[in-house]
Every structure is written in structure tokens, then in C-alpha cells.
Design a binder for this molecule. Structure first.
Ligand SMILES: O=c1[nH]c(=O)c2nc[nH]c2[nH]1
Length: 531
């Protein structure tokens, strides 16, 4: 928020639901609910306090008076304390009647923005043929057409960005915000202008983002029409986008660069080395993102391409790409040794269950990762994943975990345990979507919950229909009224008035979507409202 705001605080009123912090690895998060008022500074978009006593109108009025605040949108206060002598605030209310609540914004720790037009298009492909059939062709369109004689040219001027690329990126941001995603770690393409355009759009639209220019220089694997010229080009083109993003947002308050070797098969050893060095050159070191052990054929290919490495994870480690600021997408097929290495380096994992099912990659053993103390968040992995919704990713994480116990690997690793502990609860999946994701992008102190000083990266969720009468919908039904959603359905989550608040959250996870997201804020700035 800039200093141009006409008021010092926004005061949020109603129900606030978040996940508890985990006291130690292996412990399980719980859903926590508070009711009352919480205030956020318009100067820095951070939470400055709350009052969980201020639940009813009278105690809220007392809080306003005590704090010397006046609601700028209300009629002139009556009584002996005129508005002129008070500080103006704006009050935003989550309406209890309509099952509204504030919830931390979702964090998408792995999404390919240029692949969005392909969301839902994958046929029966698996990773390696999917890349050739769908992915490289669409990504290559984010630069100008290659010269048939000279091959692919790295475009460096902003005006070289094809118009459709701008439009697609704008749509990705609109769509992810509408699903409550306040922060995303984006893979762009190899093109400098289009990568910069994605960063500029996130900055202008107010979405927190990590932006990575994709590096891929290995001619043995990359198609001729979509490949960096050389390892040096991979590094210098990345440096150009990093410089652009640092210029765009010098404080890194909203948008940050992230070094992005696509994955080991597309990168030569000199490129991997150069990118590891590039990330380490900055103070603090830059974030890094890549893919790892998504698919068994990919794992075999890496073994063939890097025979000197002990494992896939070791390839990245040898080039200093396994750091505490590294996001490894997928990690479906890591060995126990590799998990130990990932844990030792404190690298993070983006679990992408929708993609893993869509491309038939396998079932990531999330419980094992968590038990071993590895930090995990959720990724949509558009367009290996078909949906830009992290709520869908949370749902798919729960479902995939329910199949995990049926796999030969799980049975082999846990021969005597059959207690269903591999299953992720709704609370755990929402933890991965919020606090887990925050830890993956190294922002656990800043986003993912409602703690003092945290940024107001939040969604306002609404469930059920908007109530017309005072009666609960169930009472209306027993009265002979048959139309439960007569007063206006809000998505697929029907609330009958008999549910506990925890049950409402379960219903949201299993049946909710963007229709339930009424408003979204990032750093205190309103960035989306439902039409
Ligand atoms: O899901 C994936 N999406 C990609 O674009 C990709 N590239 C390498 N490995 C990948 N996996």
C-alpha cells in the first residue's frame, strides 16, 4: 500500500480461520477459528492488532471508540465523540449470515504461466511425450517466430513480446487471483521480453510472485525451435530478467526473480553450474526452482545423462542448486537417500497431485516427506495440472494420499503399519496450501496466517446461498419451502445450517471453487472481487 491512502487502517470484522503452526515436524496442524476484529495498516499492509472480544455490535463500537476510530463509510457517529476528532478507518465485514470468513491466501508453489492455454489438454500422454507434443510448442510461441536459417533468436526488446503472450499472462493472473492465489511461483519461457512482461503484469495487478525465465540449452533433449543458444546464453539471459525484476521492484516487496533450470535433462552441465553460481552471487542468494523425479522414464534418463552423479538430487547438489531457497517440483520418485539429501540441504518440495494424476506420473509419498521433516507446499503445475486452483490441488492431495496405502512401494516400506496414517486430512491439505507454501517460498513469517506483523494476503470466502429469511435453509425446507438456494447460490457448497464450522470447511475443500472467493487482498491491497 502506498502512502496515498486516506486512512490509516482497514478493520476486518467477522470470522477468521487459519491453520495452526506446527510446533515440530511430524505434528499435525489444526484448523483454528477466531471471531472479532483485526486491523491492518494501509501504510505497509501488515496486521497491527486484533480484538477477539469485539464480536457483537456493541463491543465492536466500544473498540472503535476506545481506539479513537471512525468508520469512514458509516453515517456521522452520534453522541459526544464527533468523527472529526477520530481517525478514519474502513471496515470490511465477513457476513456471518452468509457463512463468510477470512482465510489466508493460497500459495501456488509451482505453475507454468505460458502453459495456461493448454490446461485440460494432455490426452493420454506422460511427461516426456507431453513436453514434445503440447508444452514446447506452446511455450515457443512466447517469442517471435524463429528465423528458418538462423534458428531460434533470443528476443531482448519488450516490443518483441507477441501480443497473445501479454493476453495469456494477464488471464493467468486474473484466474489464479480469482481462486484465492495471493502468491505464485511462476515458470515463464526462455524469452526475455515475455518473462519481463509476466513480472510487470504481476507487479501491476498486485499478485505476489516469483518469476523464472526458463533455462534449457541441452540440444540432445531440447527441440531446435525452442532452446537457448548455449550455457552462457542461459545464464546471461537469466541475468537480464533478474536485473529487470530487481529494477521493477527494488525492495522485492511483491515480485522477485527465481533462477529456473527447467530440469536436468534440458540443461547442460555448464548451464547448471552457471545457474548455481548465478543464484549464489546475490546477497541474499536468489530462489531457485526446478523439477525432480516426476516420472520414472525421466529418472532413468537423468541416470543416463549424468552417470557420474549418485542420484537425480545429487545432480542438482553438485551444481549448488540444492539450497534452502530451492523449490523442487513433484519429487514423486525420490529414494530414501535423496530425501535425506533434500532434508540436509533444507530444499523445499512442491507437491502437484493433480498433475501427477493427469500425466500418470505416480503418487507422491507426502506423509513420508513430512515425517522426515521436509517442507512441502502445493502446486497446481498448470498445465501438467488441469486446474489453476490450489483448492483443487488440496482436494487432489487428499485423494492421492488415500490411494498411497494401496501402492506396492508403501506396503513394502510399511509392512506392519496399516492405520491409514498416509492419508492427509482436510486441515493438513489446507496447511500445505497456506503455511506450507509460505515456508516453501521462504515467507513463513510473512504470509500464510493471521499473526502480528504478517502481510494481509487473504481471501474472503463465502459458502452456501445468501439467506433471505431469518430461518435456516433447513427450517425453510421443513416449512415446505423446497428451493434451498432460492436467495442465490454461491457455487456448489450447500449449507443446511446444521453443520459445525469445521464441517463447513470440509465441504468447502471437497466442493468449493472460485465462486466461493468473494474478495482477495495482497499486502493489504484489494486485488480481486467476485463479479
Ligand atoms: O510437469 C512438468 N511440466 C513441465 O513443464 C516440465 N518440464 C520439465 N519437467 C516438467 N514437468
Amino acid at each position: 500500500m502506498g502512502s496515498t491512502s486516506d486512512h490509516a487502517f482497514n478493520v476486518y470484522r467477522g470470522t477468521f480461520i487459519q491453520l495452526s503452526r506446527l510446533p515440530e515436524s511430524g505434528s499435525k496442524p489444526e484448523l483454528c477459528r477466531d471471531q472479532g476484529a483485526l486491523w491492518v495498516s494501509t501504510a505497509d499492509g501488515r496486521i497491527k492488532g486484533w480484538d477477539w472480544q469485539a464480536r457483537d455490535d456493541q463491543s465492536f463500537a466500544d473498540l472503535m471508540t476506545r481506539s479513537g476510530w471512525a468508520d469512514l463509510d458509516a453515517a456521522e457517529p452520534t453522541g459526544g465523540n464527533p468523527r472529526a476528532s477520530r481517525i478514519g478507518v474502513r471496515v470490511i465485514t465477513a457476513n456471518e449470515e452468509n457463512n463468510e470468513f477470512f482465510f489466508p491466501g493460497f500459495i501456488d508453489t509451482h505453475i507454468h504461466a505460458p502453459q495456461y492455454p493448454n490446461a485440460g489438454l494432455f490426452g493420454s500422454t506422460t511427461l516426456l511425450d507431453w513436453l514434445d507434443t503440447y508444452t514446447f510448442p506452446i511455450e515457443s510461441g512466447f517469442g517471435n517466430q524463429p528465423d528458418p536459417k538462423q534458428g531460434y533468436q533470443i528476443q531482448t526488446k519488450a516490443e518483441d513480446t507477441p501480443v497473445p503472450a501479454q493476453h495469456i499472462y494477464d488471464q493467468v493472473i486474473s484466474r489464479t487471483l480469482s481462486h484465492g492465489t495471493t502468491c505464485a511461483s511462476y515458470f515463464a519461457t526462455i524469452h526475455i521480453p515475455a518473462t519481463n512482461a509476466l513480472a510487470a503484469l504481476c507487479h501491476a495487478r498486485g499478485q505476489r510472485a516469483f518469476i523464472g525465465r526458463v533455462c534449457m540449452d541441452e540440444p540432445k533433449f531440447c527441440p531446435k525451435y525452442y532452446c537457448d543458444f548455449s550455457a552462457d546464453d542461459s545464464v546471461s539471459a537469466s541475468r537480464d530478467t533478474i536485473n529487470f525484476i530487481h529494477g521493477l521492484d527494488p525492495s522485492g516487496r511483491l515480485v522477485k526473480p527465481i533462477v529456473t533450470p527447467r530440469f536436468a535433462p534440458t540443461c547442460s552441465a555448464p548451464a547448471l553450474q552457471g545457474l548455481g553460481d548465478l543464484a549464489a552471487e546475490f546477497d541474499p542468494p536468489l530462489h531457485i526452482q526446478t523439477h525432480i523425479a516426476e516420472n520414472l522414464n525421466e529418472v532413468a534418463l537423468v541416470k543416463e545423462l549424468f552417470p557420474e552423479a549418485d542420484s537425480y538430487a545429487d545432480v542438482y547438489d553438485k551444481f549448488n542448486l540444492l539450497t534452502r531457497k530451492t523449490i523442487l517440483a513433484h519429487a514423486v520418485h525420490l529414494s530414501a537417500e535423496e530425501r535425506k539429501l533434500v532434508r540436509a540441504r533444507d530444499a523445499k518440495i512442491s507437491h502437484c497431485p493433480a498433475s501427477n494424476s493427469a500425466l500418470g506420473s505416480g503418487i507422491c509419498p507426502v506423509r513420508t516427506l513430512l515425517d522426515e521433516g521436509i517442507t512441502v507446499g502445493l502446486g497446481t503445475d498448470v498445465s501438467g495440472g488441469y486446474s489453476p486452483s490450489i483448492l483443487e490441488a488440496a482436494r487432489q492431495a487428499c485423494l492421492a494420499s488415500r490411494l498411497l496405502g494401496h501402492t506396492a512401494q508403501w506396503k513394502h516400506d510399511h509392512p506392519s503399519i496399516d492405520d491409514g496414517r498416509e492419508k492427509l486430512s482436510v486441515a493438513e491439505s489446507l496447511y500445505l496450501a497456506t503455511r506450507g507454501g509460505a515456508a516453501v517460498v521462504d515467507m513463513a513469517e510473512d504470509v500464510g496466517g493471521f499473526e502480528m506483523g504478517m502481510l494481509w494476503d487473504v481471501q474472503l470466502v463465502q459458502l452456501g446461498g445468501v439467506k433471505k429469511a431469518d430461518k435456516s435453509p433447513l427450517e425453510e425446507l421443513t416449512d415446505g419451502t423446497t428451493d434451498l438456494v432460492e436467495a442465490g447460490p454461491i457455487g456448489n457448497v450447500d449449507i443446511f445450517g446444521t453443520e459445525t464450522w469445521e464441517e463447513k470447511i470440509q465441504k468447502w475443500v471437497w466442493s468449493g471453487d472460485d465462486r466461493n472467493v468473494k474478495a482477495v487482498w495482497v499486502g493489504g491491497r484489494l486485488v480481486h472481487t467476485r463479479a
